[in-house]
Design a protein around this ligand. Structure first.
Ligand SMILES: [Zn+2]
Length: 290
């Protein structure tokens, strides 16, 4: 499942590659993934893309008038490609973009001059593929009130939001008494963290995923905040180097504990434990997480 660091890289890259380009075509090979009418999809054509941004695990393509919001869920992935190349299996939506005069001035610094950036004079496609069809692509025309479950009102602040201070973290966490793994994944607490990065953050904080928030000492609450910030920032840095040009590949091989059952803990050497429930795995170290 794409989480905050994965999507942060995609959003930076797609904004740099696409902002200023007009939509020149929309294709929907997988209509089950789309919330929107054929007329609404056709009306996207000739609108210029102004911004690609992220909120929690949602990616928004903002056009002149309308917007397209994607919740990739478990298996949704994005690809940036030249139109002539073969489309991957299970491609659900293709947004075709025409040439532009110049790249946006507000492109993320790390994207500037990157080899994977398509030439401004050439067309480019964003392809969204989703083998499980669990994810959704919402077409949101201006003036149409179409609900996007889980977006905005239901979300806490982004886990990497500079405005999420330690004070705010301490205050918000009081409302959530349950187990720490579920707490970190609760998008109403903070947005953007899923199964993989909750494991990584708890390992960095030396806290067991099964500890209850109500049992935490004040310094442990603070350690969890520091671990969340550091873990997400580190991952985003690694992925900026590793992910382009194949944005659809989810790079996770640098993680410390997630899905590393039986391997030595990088901090204390104890073999990493894994517990599965409802098809999802929690990985942690019994040696150094309390
Ligand atoms: Zn350990």
């Amino acid at each position: 499942m794409p989480e905050l660091p994965d999507l942060a890289v995609v959003v930076d890259a797609f904004h740099a590659a696409l902002a200023g380009r007009p939509v020149i075509g929309v294709e929907v090979p997988g209509p089950l993934s789309v919330r929107g009418t054929p007329t609404e999809l056709t009306a996207l054509v000739l609108q210029r893309l102004t911004m690609v941004r992220r909120r929690g695990k949602f990616v928004t393509f903002q056009l002149d008038r309308d917007r397209v919001v994607v919740n990739a869920m478990l298996t949704g992935r994005f690809q940036l490609a030249v139109p002539a190349t073969k489309r991957p299996q299970s491609t659900a939506v293709v947004l075709g973009f025409g040439p532009r005069d110049r790249p946006p001035r507000d492109a993320a610094r790390w994207t500037r001059g990157a080899a994977w950036l398509p030439a401004d004079a050439e067309p480019v496609e964003v392809r969204y593929r989703d083998p499980s069809q669990m994810g959704k692509v919402y077409v949101l025309p201006a003036g149409v009130d179409r609900p996007v479950p889980g977006l905005d009102a239901d979300q806490g602040p982004d886990a990497d939001d500079p405005a999420l201070s330690l004070e705010t973290w301490r205050e918000r966490i009081r409302r959530h008494p349950g187990e720490l793994k579920a707490l970190l994944r609760n998008q109403a607490f903070v947005a953007g963290i899923g199964n993989a990065y909750s494991d990584e953050i708890l390992h960095a904080a030396r806290l067991s995923p099964f500890r209850r928030r109500a049992s935490l000492a004040p310094e442990e609450v603070d350690a969890l905040y520091a671990a969340a910030r550091a873990t997400l920032a580190h991952a985003s840095g690694v992925l900026r180097e590793r992910v382009p040009p194949t944005f659809e590949t989810q790079v996770r091989d640098f993680l410390a504990v997630h899905l590393r059952e039986g391997e030595p803990c990088p901090r204390c050497g104890t073999r990493i434990s894994q517990v599965s429930s409802r098809g999802e795995s929690t990985s942690f170290c019994r040696g150094c997480q309390r």
